[in-house]
Design a protein around this ligand. Structure first.
Ligand SMILES: [Zn+2]
Length: 141
């Protein structure tokens, strides 16, 4: 997943999570986080940035439109587990001429507006707060 894709994917996760919280399919961001294996602070962070208004649906008999919306949002959020498990390799160049095989880092919640996945592993600056302006040859270790 490229940085731009990570950003788009993360935005779709956020939108889906907020939709489900607004409909009170999940009453609390933490419930949603647990259901989909998201880091707990992430849905909290998203929800805090909204007006937190909800319009509860009748969960027994939602309208077809609501049912479809819930299904779609659930599918998007279920995609997270797979993204998390199959993160791409860091790929930074090592001194021995090989490339780093570690998975790219998962950003802390406040960094998710730049995408849930960093473009490097922890060792190679995946969690750095500054954005690298240009591609440099990473030599490390
Ligand atoms: Zn690395």
């Amino acid at each position: 997943m490229k940085p731009e894709e990570s950003k788009i994917f993360t935005a779709s996760l956020e939108k889906a999570a907020i939709a489900l919280l607004r409909l009170e399919v999940f009453r609390k961001p933490d419930d949603l986080a647990r259901r989909f294996g998201l880091p707990l602070p992430v849905p909290r962070h998203w929800w805090r940035n909204t007006d937190q208004k909800t319009t509860p649906i009748d969960t027994i008999s939602p309208t077809p439109k609501q049912a479809k919306m819930i299904r779609r949002a659930t599918q998007i959020l279920e995609g997270w587990e797979k993204i998390k498990r199959y993160r791409p390799d860091c790929g930074a160049s090592l001194n021995n001429g090989k490339r780093c095989k570690n998975s790219v880092a998962i950003r802390p919640p406040e960094g998710w507006d730049r995408g849930c996945l960093a473009d490097r592993c922890r060792i190679h600056g995946g969690l750095a707060r500054t954005i690298r302006r240009k591609k440099t040859t990473d030599v490390d270790e």
